[in-house]
Design a protein around this ligand. Structure first.
Ligand code: NI
Length: 137
């Protein structure tokens, strides 16, 4: 961890009260940790708008009985194999599968992959969670 620096922040009372309520709900020990996380979150979102390497996870829910769907999802993932670090398939119940695909690479390629998976016919839910390689924040 790098050196800690103290600085003063002035906020409207109402905004601070809302923030304190929020951080209590999220179980933060103090405002400093909560503010640091907000800043990191903002920086990570910024990374995703730039051409830097990022990491993330795509989660999907789909019915494996749907004709050609599993094959289709596998083909898409093979086309993007160099961006996929790992994937995990969970059989939720008799019909539904849950898949987590951990990805790393340039944001536009990861979004392209997520969109292809999301738009595959039969996918009930797909979302891309934006994270970071951790090198910049
Ligand atoms: Ni399954």
């Amino acid at each position: 961890m790098s050196e800690l620096i103290r600085f003063g922040v002035s906020l409207e009372k109402v905004l601070l009260q809302k923030f304190d309520k929020h951080i209590k709900k999220e179980n933060y020990a103090n405002r400093s940790n909560a503010i640091a996380d907000l800043i990191r979150d903002k920086l990570i979102r910024q990374e995703w708008t730039e051409d830097k390497e990022v990491a993330g996870a795509i989660i999907m829910v789909f019915d494996h009985h749907k004709r050609d769907l599993v094959n289709n999802l596998t083909n898409i993932q093979h086309d993007y194999h160099k961006y996929i670090i790992s994937s995990q398939h969970i059989h939720l119940d008799h019909d539904n599968c849950f898949e987590i695909v951990v990805v790393k690479g340039k944001p536009h390629k990861l979004e392209e992959l997520a969109n292809k998976l999301k738009s595959a016919k039969g996918v009930k839910h797909a979302s891309l969670s934006l994270a970071t390689t951790g090198k910049e924040v």
